[in-house]
Design a protein around this ligand. Structure first.
Ligand code: GLU
Length: 489
Protein backbone atom coordinates (compact mmCIF):
# COMPACT_ATOMS: atom_id res chain seq x y z
CA UNK A 1 0.00 0.00 0.00
CA UNK A 2 1.21 3.47 -0.78
CA UNK A 3 2.44 5.45 2.18
CA UNK A 4 0.17 8.45 2.61
CA UNK A 5 2.47 10.50 4.76
CA UNK A 6 3.04 13.81 3.01
CA UNK A 7 4.55 16.93 4.53
CA UNK A 8 5.25 20.25 2.92
CA UNK A 9 7.55 23.19 3.34
CA UNK A 10 5.69 26.26 2.15
CA UNK A 11 7.91 29.33 2.22
CA UNK A 12 7.03 32.71 0.81
CA UNK A 13 9.62 33.86 -1.69
CA UNK A 14 11.19 36.68 0.30
CA UNK A 15 14.61 36.43 -1.32
CA UNK A 16 16.40 34.66 1.50
CA UNK A 17 15.92 31.68 3.80
CA UNK A 18 15.31 32.72 7.41
CA UNK A 19 17.13 30.56 9.94
CA UNK A 20 13.73 29.88 11.57
CA UNK A 21 12.48 28.57 8.24
CA UNK A 22 15.53 26.34 8.03
CA UNK A 23 14.51 24.90 11.41
CA UNK A 24 10.96 24.39 10.05
CA UNK A 25 12.02 22.62 6.87
CA UNK A 26 14.60 20.59 8.76
CA UNK A 27 12.10 19.16 11.23
CA UNK A 28 9.61 18.55 8.43
CA UNK A 29 12.34 16.70 6.53
CA UNK A 30 13.19 14.66 9.63
CA UNK A 31 9.55 13.77 10.34
CA UNK A 32 8.97 12.87 6.68
CA UNK A 33 12.01 10.58 6.73
CA UNK A 34 11.06 9.12 10.08
CA UNK A 35 7.54 8.27 8.88
CA UNK A 36 8.84 7.15 5.48
CA UNK A 37 6.76 9.83 3.82
CA UNK A 38 7.34 12.53 1.27
CA UNK A 39 8.41 16.16 1.57
CA UNK A 40 7.00 18.67 -0.85
CA UNK A 41 8.24 22.18 -1.61
CA UNK A 42 5.45 24.64 -2.30
CA UNK A 43 6.05 28.31 -3.00
CA UNK A 44 3.48 30.58 -1.36
CA UNK A 45 3.74 33.68 -3.47
CA UNK A 46 0.23 35.09 -3.16
CA UNK A 47 1.46 38.10 -1.22
CA UNK A 48 2.93 39.76 -4.27
CA UNK A 49 4.09 42.82 -2.39
CA UNK A 50 6.65 40.62 -0.74
CA UNK A 51 7.71 38.73 -3.79
CA UNK A 52 11.31 39.00 -4.92
CA UNK A 53 12.50 38.03 -8.39
CA UNK A 54 14.51 34.85 -8.62
CA UNK A 55 13.52 34.01 -5.04
CA UNK A 56 12.37 30.47 -5.84
CA UNK A 57 15.67 29.66 -7.54
CA UNK A 58 17.67 31.04 -4.63
CA UNK A 59 15.54 29.08 -2.15
CA UNK A 60 16.16 25.86 -4.05
CA UNK A 61 19.86 26.69 -4.16
CA UNK A 62 20.26 27.32 -0.44
CA UNK A 63 18.18 24.25 0.50
CA UNK A 64 20.38 22.23 -1.77
CA UNK A 65 23.46 23.69 -0.07
CA UNK A 66 22.25 22.63 3.39
CA UNK A 67 21.59 19.20 1.93
CA UNK A 68 17.82 18.91 2.23
CA UNK A 69 16.14 17.24 -0.71
CA UNK A 70 12.50 17.24 -1.70
CA UNK A 71 10.33 14.60 -3.32
CA UNK A 72 8.15 17.08 -5.20
CA UNK A 73 8.39 20.76 -5.91
CA UNK A 74 8.58 23.46 -8.58
CA UNK A 75 12.18 22.49 -9.36
CA UNK A 76 11.56 18.74 -9.78
CA UNK A 77 7.86 18.44 -10.55
CA UNK A 78 5.52 15.79 -9.19
CA UNK A 79 1.93 14.60 -9.51
CA UNK A 80 0.38 17.39 -7.46
CA UNK A 81 1.66 20.47 -9.31
CA UNK A 82 1.86 23.24 -10.04
CA UNK A 83 3.82 23.89 -6.87
CA UNK A 84 3.75 27.68 -7.09
CA UNK A 85 0.56 29.21 -5.78
CA UNK A 86 0.16 31.96 -8.37
CA UNK A 87 0.05 29.18 -10.97
CA UNK A 88 -2.95 27.64 -9.18
CA UNK A 89 -5.38 30.54 -9.28
CA UNK A 90 -8.03 28.59 -11.23
CA UNK A 91 -7.99 25.94 -8.50
CA UNK A 92 -8.70 28.57 -5.81
CA UNK A 93 -11.43 30.12 -7.96
CA UNK A 94 -13.20 26.83 -8.40
CA UNK A 95 -13.05 26.12 -4.70
CA UNK A 96 -14.24 29.51 -3.51
CA UNK A 97 -17.24 29.18 -5.83
CA UNK A 98 -18.33 26.09 -3.90
CA UNK A 99 -18.24 27.99 -0.63
CA UNK A 100 -20.02 31.01 -2.10
CA UNK A 101 -22.86 28.79 -3.26
CA UNK A 102 -23.19 27.27 0.17
CA UNK A 103 -22.95 30.70 1.81
CA UNK A 104 -19.99 29.68 3.95
CA UNK A 105 -18.22 32.76 2.68
CA UNK A 106 -19.50 36.10 1.45
CA UNK A 107 -18.56 39.02 -0.73
CA UNK A 108 -17.66 42.19 1.10
CA UNK A 109 -17.90 45.43 -0.83
CA UNK A 110 -16.76 47.77 1.94
CA UNK A 111 -14.41 50.44 0.68
CA UNK A 112 -10.91 50.89 1.99
CA UNK A 113 -11.95 54.22 3.54
CA UNK A 114 -14.89 52.67 5.35
CA UNK A 115 -12.71 49.91 6.76
CA UNK A 116 -10.12 52.40 7.86
CA UNK A 117 -12.77 54.48 9.60
CA UNK A 118 -14.10 51.40 11.31
CA UNK A 119 -10.62 50.46 12.50
CA UNK A 120 -9.93 53.89 13.89
CA UNK A 121 -13.18 53.78 15.88
CA UNK A 122 -12.34 50.34 17.19
CA UNK A 123 -8.92 51.56 18.19
CA UNK A 124 -10.36 54.57 19.99
CA UNK A 125 -12.76 52.32 21.89
CA UNK A 126 -9.93 49.85 22.57
CA UNK A 127 -11.80 47.09 20.75
CA UNK A 128 -9.93 44.38 18.88
CA UNK A 129 -9.61 45.16 15.16
CA UNK A 130 -12.26 43.07 13.47
CA UNK A 131 -14.51 43.41 10.44
CA UNK A 132 -17.97 44.54 11.61
CA UNK A 133 -19.76 42.14 9.23
CA UNK A 134 -21.71 44.85 7.40
CA UNK A 135 -21.81 42.83 4.18
CA UNK A 136 -22.44 39.46 5.79
CA UNK A 137 -26.18 39.56 5.30
CA UNK A 138 -26.51 41.34 1.99
CA UNK A 139 -29.36 39.92 -0.07
CA UNK A 140 -28.63 38.20 -3.40
CA UNK A 141 -30.29 41.14 -5.09
CA UNK A 142 -28.01 43.68 -3.44
CA UNK A 143 -25.00 41.58 -4.24
CA UNK A 144 -25.93 41.21 -7.90
CA UNK A 145 -26.55 44.91 -8.21
CA UNK A 146 -23.14 45.75 -6.78
CA UNK A 147 -21.45 43.23 -9.04
CA UNK A 148 -23.23 44.74 -12.05
CA UNK A 149 -22.02 48.16 -10.96
CA UNK A 150 -18.50 46.78 -11.05
CA UNK A 151 -18.00 47.37 -7.36
CA UNK A 152 -14.83 45.77 -6.06
CA UNK A 153 -15.16 43.10 -3.41
CA UNK A 154 -13.17 40.72 -1.25
CA UNK A 155 -14.46 37.35 -0.09
CA UNK A 156 -14.62 36.74 3.63
CA UNK A 157 -15.24 33.64 5.65
CA UNK A 158 -18.47 33.69 7.68
CA UNK A 159 -17.20 32.60 11.07
CA UNK A 160 -19.51 31.00 13.62
CA UNK A 161 -20.67 33.69 16.05
CA UNK A 162 -20.66 31.62 19.21
CA UNK A 163 -19.27 28.43 20.67
CA UNK A 164 -15.68 27.34 20.35
CA UNK A 165 -13.39 25.72 17.88
CA UNK A 166 -11.18 22.96 19.14
CA UNK A 167 -7.98 22.38 17.23
CA UNK A 168 -5.63 19.49 17.88
CA UNK A 169 -1.92 20.14 17.79
CA UNK A 170 0.32 17.05 17.89
CA UNK A 171 2.66 18.70 20.39
CA UNK A 172 0.30 20.79 22.53
CA UNK A 173 -2.83 18.67 22.44
CA UNK A 174 -6.22 20.35 22.17
CA UNK A 175 -6.27 24.13 21.81
CA UNK A 176 -9.62 25.89 22.26
CA UNK A 177 -10.55 29.14 20.56
CA UNK A 178 -13.67 31.23 21.25
CA UNK A 179 -15.52 31.68 17.96
CA UNK A 180 -16.87 35.08 18.98
CA UNK A 181 -13.28 36.33 18.94
CA UNK A 182 -12.62 35.26 15.37
CA UNK A 183 -12.62 37.73 12.54
CA UNK A 184 -14.51 37.20 9.29
CA UNK A 185 -11.14 37.26 7.63
CA UNK A 186 -10.42 37.72 3.95
CA UNK A 187 -9.97 34.61 1.83
CA UNK A 188 -9.86 36.24 -1.60
CA UNK A 189 -8.49 39.74 -2.08
CA UNK A 190 -10.11 42.29 -4.40
CA UNK A 191 -7.62 41.43 -7.14
CA UNK A 192 -8.87 37.84 -7.10
CA UNK A 193 -5.71 36.50 -5.43
CA UNK A 194 -6.25 34.29 -2.38
CA UNK A 195 -4.75 34.99 1.01
CA UNK A 196 -2.43 32.58 2.78
CA UNK A 197 -5.36 31.33 4.87
CA UNK A 198 -7.32 30.17 1.86
CA UNK A 199 -4.60 29.06 -0.52
CA UNK A 200 -2.73 27.02 2.07
CA UNK A 201 -5.82 25.07 3.16
CA UNK A 202 -6.94 24.37 -0.40
CA UNK A 203 -3.44 23.29 -1.38
CA UNK A 204 -2.84 21.19 1.70
CA UNK A 205 -6.08 19.35 0.96
CA UNK A 206 -5.56 18.92 -2.77
CA UNK A 207 -1.89 18.01 -2.36
CA UNK A 208 -2.99 15.38 0.19
CA UNK A 209 -0.78 16.77 2.92
CA UNK A 210 -1.06 14.51 5.95
CA UNK A 211 0.81 16.72 8.41
CA UNK A 212 0.82 20.51 8.34
CA UNK A 213 4.11 21.42 9.98
CA UNK A 214 4.88 25.05 10.64
CA UNK A 215 6.11 27.46 13.28
CA UNK A 216 4.18 28.35 16.43
CA UNK A 217 3.59 31.88 15.07
CA UNK A 218 0.85 30.34 12.92
CA UNK A 219 -1.27 29.16 15.85
CA UNK A 220 -3.61 32.19 15.55
CA UNK A 221 -4.46 30.91 12.04
CA UNK A 222 -5.21 27.46 13.40
CA UNK A 223 -8.95 27.91 14.19
CA UNK A 224 -9.47 29.68 10.87
CA UNK A 225 -7.90 26.74 9.07
CA UNK A 226 -9.97 24.19 10.98
CA UNK A 227 -13.18 26.11 10.28
CA UNK A 228 -12.30 26.27 6.62
CA UNK A 229 -11.81 22.52 6.49
CA UNK A 230 -15.21 22.20 8.15
CA UNK A 231 -16.79 24.63 5.67
CA UNK A 232 -15.50 22.51 2.83
CA UNK A 233 -16.47 19.29 4.55
CA UNK A 234 -12.87 18.12 4.27
CA UNK A 235 -10.96 16.08 6.81
CA UNK A 236 -8.28 18.24 8.39
CA UNK A 237 -4.68 16.97 8.34
CA UNK A 238 -2.62 16.64 11.48
CA UNK A 239 -1.00 19.85 12.67
CA UNK A 240 2.39 20.25 14.28
CA UNK A 241 3.48 23.71 15.41
CA UNK A 242 7.19 23.89 16.11
CA UNK A 243 8.09 25.95 19.17
CA UNK A 244 8.92 29.62 18.98
CA UNK A 245 12.58 30.49 18.48
CA UNK A 246 13.59 33.20 20.92
CA UNK A 247 16.79 35.18 21.24
CA UNK A 248 18.73 34.97 24.51
CA UNK A 249 16.57 37.71 26.02
CA UNK A 250 13.44 35.74 25.19
CA UNK A 251 12.34 38.06 22.36
CA UNK A 252 11.97 37.63 18.63
CA UNK A 253 15.03 36.94 16.52
CA UNK A 254 16.49 40.03 14.95
CA UNK A 255 14.75 41.28 11.85
CA UNK A 256 18.03 42.31 10.32
CA UNK A 257 18.60 40.04 7.38
CA UNK A 258 22.33 39.70 8.06
CA UNK A 259 21.57 38.10 11.41
CA UNK A 260 19.02 35.55 10.28
CA UNK A 261 19.52 34.75 6.59
CA UNK A 262 20.98 31.29 6.03
CA UNK A 263 22.71 32.70 2.93
CA UNK A 264 24.61 35.10 5.19
CA UNK A 265 25.58 32.33 7.58
CA UNK A 266 26.87 30.43 4.55
CA UNK A 267 28.84 33.43 3.30
CA UNK A 268 30.39 34.00 6.71
CA UNK A 269 31.63 30.45 6.61
CA UNK A 270 29.23 28.41 8.70
CA UNK A 271 29.13 24.82 7.52
CA UNK A 272 25.87 23.12 6.55
CA UNK A 273 26.49 20.30 9.02
CA UNK A 274 26.84 22.86 11.85
CA UNK A 275 23.65 24.68 10.86
CA UNK A 276 21.75 21.40 10.61
CA UNK A 277 23.06 20.21 13.97
CA UNK A 278 22.25 23.56 15.57
CA UNK A 279 18.75 23.89 14.08
CA UNK A 280 18.00 20.27 14.90
CA UNK A 281 18.26 21.19 18.57
CA UNK A 282 15.90 24.17 18.34
CA UNK A 283 12.88 22.49 19.84
CA UNK A 284 14.08 18.94 20.23
CA UNK A 285 16.67 17.30 22.42
CA UNK A 286 18.16 13.80 22.28
CA UNK A 287 17.47 11.65 25.32
CA UNK A 288 21.15 10.82 25.81
CA UNK A 289 22.16 14.52 25.77
CA UNK A 290 24.81 13.90 23.13
CA UNK A 291 24.38 17.04 21.09
CA UNK A 292 26.89 16.52 18.30
CA UNK A 293 24.69 14.94 15.67
CA UNK A 294 24.70 14.50 11.92
CA UNK A 295 21.43 14.72 10.01
CA UNK A 296 21.20 10.94 9.82
CA UNK A 297 21.81 10.62 13.54
CA UNK A 298 19.10 13.18 14.28
CA UNK A 299 16.68 11.25 12.08
CA UNK A 300 17.58 8.03 13.87
CA UNK A 301 17.12 9.50 17.35
CA UNK A 302 14.25 11.90 16.71
CA UNK A 303 10.88 11.28 18.30
CA UNK A 304 8.02 13.72 17.96
CA UNK A 305 7.09 13.01 21.57
CA UNK A 306 10.39 14.58 22.62
CA UNK A 307 9.48 17.90 21.06
CA UNK A 308 8.17 20.45 23.49
CA UNK A 309 6.22 23.69 23.25
CA UNK A 310 8.81 25.60 25.28
CA UNK A 311 10.56 28.34 23.27
CA UNK A 312 13.84 27.25 21.76
CA UNK A 313 16.72 29.60 22.47
CA UNK A 314 18.84 30.76 19.58
CA UNK A 315 22.36 30.97 20.93
CA UNK A 316 24.81 32.10 18.28
CA UNK A 317 27.74 31.03 20.45
CA UNK A 318 26.45 27.51 20.39
CA UNK A 319 26.30 27.68 16.60
CA UNK A 320 29.93 28.88 16.69
CA UNK A 321 30.81 25.94 18.92
CA UNK A 322 29.24 23.44 16.49
CA UNK A 323 30.88 25.16 13.56
CA UNK A 324 34.27 25.03 15.23
CA UNK A 325 33.73 21.34 15.95
CA UNK A 326 32.92 20.52 12.33
CA UNK A 327 35.80 22.66 11.07
CA UNK A 328 38.20 20.79 13.36
CA UNK A 329 36.95 17.49 12.03
CA UNK A 330 37.18 18.42 8.33
CA UNK A 331 39.85 16.62 6.32
CA UNK A 332 42.50 19.28 5.67
CA UNK A 333 42.12 19.19 1.89
CA UNK A 334 38.38 19.86 2.18
CA UNK A 335 39.04 22.69 4.61
CA UNK A 336 41.59 24.24 2.24
CA UNK A 337 38.96 24.21 -0.52
CA UNK A 338 36.48 25.95 1.78
CA UNK A 339 39.05 28.53 2.90
CA UNK A 340 40.45 29.27 -0.53
CA UNK A 341 37.90 31.97 -1.53
CA UNK A 342 38.49 33.75 1.79
CA UNK A 343 42.25 33.61 1.29
CA UNK A 344 42.36 35.18 -2.15
CA UNK A 345 42.69 38.71 -0.82
CA UNK A 346 45.58 37.61 1.42
CA UNK A 347 47.31 35.77 -1.39
CA UNK A 348 47.21 38.96 -3.44
CA UNK A 349 49.17 40.75 -0.72
CA UNK A 350 52.35 38.79 -1.27
CA UNK A 351 54.93 39.02 -4.01
CA UNK A 352 56.50 35.77 -2.89
CA UNK A 353 55.53 33.09 -5.43
CA UNK A 354 56.08 30.29 -2.91
CA UNK A 355 53.29 31.73 -0.74
CA UNK A 356 50.90 31.46 -3.63
CA UNK A 357 51.46 27.72 -3.89
CA UNK A 358 49.03 25.10 -2.59
CA UNK A 359 51.59 23.62 -0.23
CA UNK A 360 52.05 26.90 1.65
CA UNK A 361 48.33 27.61 1.76
CA UNK A 362 47.62 24.16 3.14
CA UNK A 363 50.10 24.69 6.01
CA UNK A 364 48.60 28.08 6.80
CA UNK A 365 45.09 26.61 6.94
CA UNK A 366 46.23 23.63 8.99
CA UNK A 367 47.75 25.83 11.67
CA UNK A 368 44.45 27.67 12.14
CA UNK A 369 42.17 24.64 11.91
CA UNK A 370 41.91 24.18 15.66
CA UNK A 371 40.92 27.77 16.27
CA UNK A 372 38.51 28.69 13.49
CA UNK A 373 34.93 29.36 14.51
CA UNK A 374 33.88 30.19 10.99
CA UNK A 375 35.65 29.87 7.69
CA UNK A 376 35.69 33.61 7.04
CA UNK A 377 37.89 34.06 10.15
CA UNK A 378 40.73 32.57 8.13
CA UNK A 379 41.28 35.87 6.32
CA UNK A 380 42.19 37.96 9.36
CA UNK A 381 43.80 35.09 11.21
CA UNK A 382 46.35 34.35 8.49
CA UNK A 383 46.94 37.74 6.95
CA UNK A 384 50.36 38.11 8.58
CA UNK A 385 51.66 35.07 6.73
CA UNK A 386 51.10 36.81 3.41
CA UNK A 387 52.10 40.39 4.26
CA UNK A 388 55.71 40.59 3.06
CA UNK A 389 56.58 43.55 5.24
CA UNK A 390 54.86 43.63 8.62
CA UNK A 391 54.02 46.89 10.34
CA UNK A 392 53.61 47.02 14.10
CA UNK A 393 54.62 49.08 17.11
CA UNK A 394 57.87 47.85 18.64
CA UNK A 395 56.35 48.07 22.13
CA UNK A 396 54.30 44.93 21.55
CA UNK A 397 57.54 42.95 21.26
CA UNK A 398 57.96 43.25 25.04
CA UNK A 399 56.65 40.50 27.25
CA UNK A 400 55.08 41.54 30.56
CA UNK A 401 57.29 44.04 32.37
CA UNK A 402 60.29 43.93 30.06
CA UNK A 403 61.12 46.89 27.83
CA UNK A 404 61.08 46.85 24.05
CA UNK A 405 64.83 47.37 24.10
CA UNK A 406 65.32 44.23 26.26
CA UNK A 407 63.04 42.32 23.92
CA UNK A 408 65.22 43.38 21.01
CA UNK A 409 68.35 42.22 22.81
CA UNK A 410 66.72 38.84 23.38
CA UNK A 411 65.68 38.72 19.75
CA UNK A 412 69.33 39.03 18.72
CA UNK A 413 70.03 35.91 20.76
CA UNK A 414 67.09 34.14 19.14
CA UNK A 415 68.45 35.21 15.77
CA UNK A 416 71.85 33.69 16.46
CA UNK A 417 70.35 30.43 17.69
CA UNK A 418 68.08 30.11 14.67
CA UNK A 419 70.87 30.90 12.28
CA UNK A 420 72.58 27.70 13.33
CA UNK A 421 69.69 25.48 12.25
CA UNK A 422 70.35 24.32 8.72
CA UNK A 423 67.67 25.11 6.16
CA UNK A 424 67.03 21.44 5.36
CA UNK A 425 66.36 20.80 9.02
CA UNK A 426 63.95 23.75 9.44
CA UNK A 427 61.07 22.04 11.20
CA UNK A 428 58.97 23.11 14.10
CA UNK A 429 60.64 20.44 16.31
CA UNK A 430 64.20 21.38 15.49
CA UNK A 431 63.44 25.08 15.93
CA UNK A 432 61.93 24.35 19.32
CA UNK A 433 64.86 22.17 20.20
CA UNK A 434 67.45 24.73 19.11
CA UNK A 435 65.90 27.46 21.25
CA UNK A 436 64.73 25.53 24.30
CA UNK A 437 67.98 23.68 24.86
CA UNK A 438 69.77 27.01 25.12
CA UNK A 439 67.13 28.76 27.26
CA UNK A 440 66.89 25.87 29.69
CA UNK A 441 70.64 25.45 30.00
CA UNK A 442 70.96 29.13 30.86
CA UNK A 443 67.86 29.07 33.04
CA UNK A 444 66.33 31.96 31.13
CA UNK A 445 62.65 32.88 31.20
CA UNK A 446 61.11 31.31 28.15
CA UNK A 447 58.44 33.99 27.76
CA UNK A 448 61.04 36.73 27.47
CA UNK A 449 62.36 35.11 24.30
CA UNK A 450 59.43 33.32 22.72
CA UNK A 451 56.93 36.15 23.08
CA UNK A 452 59.17 38.65 21.26
CA UNK A 453 59.98 36.01 18.65
CA UNK A 454 56.33 35.27 18.06
CA UNK A 455 55.42 38.95 17.77
CA UNK A 456 58.35 39.51 15.42
CA UNK A 457 57.00 36.79 13.17
CA UNK A 458 53.35 37.88 13.11
CA UNK A 459 53.31 41.56 14.10
CA UNK A 460 50.42 41.08 16.51
CA UNK A 461 49.80 40.12 20.11
CA UNK A 462 47.82 36.92 19.50
CA UNK A 463 48.73 34.16 17.08
CA UNK A 464 49.65 30.49 16.90
CA UNK A 465 52.93 29.42 18.53
CA UNK A 466 56.27 30.77 17.25
CA UNK A 467 57.77 27.42 16.18
CA UNK A 468 54.78 26.60 13.97
CA UNK A 469 54.84 30.03 12.36
CA UNK A 470 58.57 29.87 11.82
CA UNK A 471 58.34 26.50 10.12
CA UNK A 472 55.65 27.71 7.75
CA UNK A 473 57.42 30.97 6.91
CA UNK A 474 60.67 29.12 6.17
CA UNK A 475 64.11 30.01 7.37
CA UNK A 476 64.89 33.01 5.23
CA UNK A 477 61.61 34.84 5.90
CA UNK A 478 61.82 34.02 9.60
CA UNK A 479 65.31 35.49 9.78
CA UNK A 480 64.22 38.53 7.80
CA UNK A 481 61.29 39.20 10.15
CA UNK A 482 63.41 38.83 13.28
CA UNK A 483 66.10 41.07 11.86
CA UNK A 484 63.51 43.71 11.17
CA UNK A 485 62.20 43.53 14.73
CA UNK A 486 65.70 43.98 16.11
CA UNK A 487 66.19 47.12 14.06
CA UNK A 488 62.81 48.70 14.81
CA UNK A 489 63.06 52.19 16.24
N1 GLU B 1 3.93 30.77 3.66
C1 GLU B 1 4.02 30.65 5.06
C2 GLU B 1 5.33 31.29 5.49
O1 GLU B 1 5.82 32.12 4.81
C3 GLU B 1 4.00 29.20 5.45
C4 GLU B 1 3.26 28.85 6.68
C5 GLU B 1 2.90 27.37 6.64
O2 GLU B 1 3.82 26.56 6.60
O3 GLU B 1 1.71 27.06 6.59
O4 GLU B 1 5.89 31.04 6.50
Amino acid sequence: MENKIRLRFAPSPTGFLHIGSLRTVLFSYIIAKKLKGKLILRIEDTDQKREVRGATESLVKILDWVGLEFDEGPHIGGNFGPYIQTERLDIYNKNIEKLLKEKRVYRCFCSFERLQDMREKQQAEKLPPRYDRTCRDLSDEEINKKIKNDEKFVIRQAMPLSGETVALDEIRGKIKFKNAELDDHVLIKSNGIPTYQFASVVDDHIMEISHVTRAEEWIPSFPKNILLYQAFGWKAPKFIHYPFIANKEGGKLSKRQGDVAVEDFRDKGYLPEALINFCGLLGWHPKDDNEILSLDEIIAKFELGDMGAKPAIFDIEKLGYFNGYYIRHKPIDDLVKLCRPYLEENIELTKNQKKKEDEFIKKVVAIEQERLKKISDITEATKFFFVDDLNYEKDILAWRKMSAKEAQVNLSIVYKLLEKIPEENWTNDSIEDGLMTYLQAKELRVGEYLWPMRVALCGQKASPGPFDIAEILGKSETMKRIEKSINLN
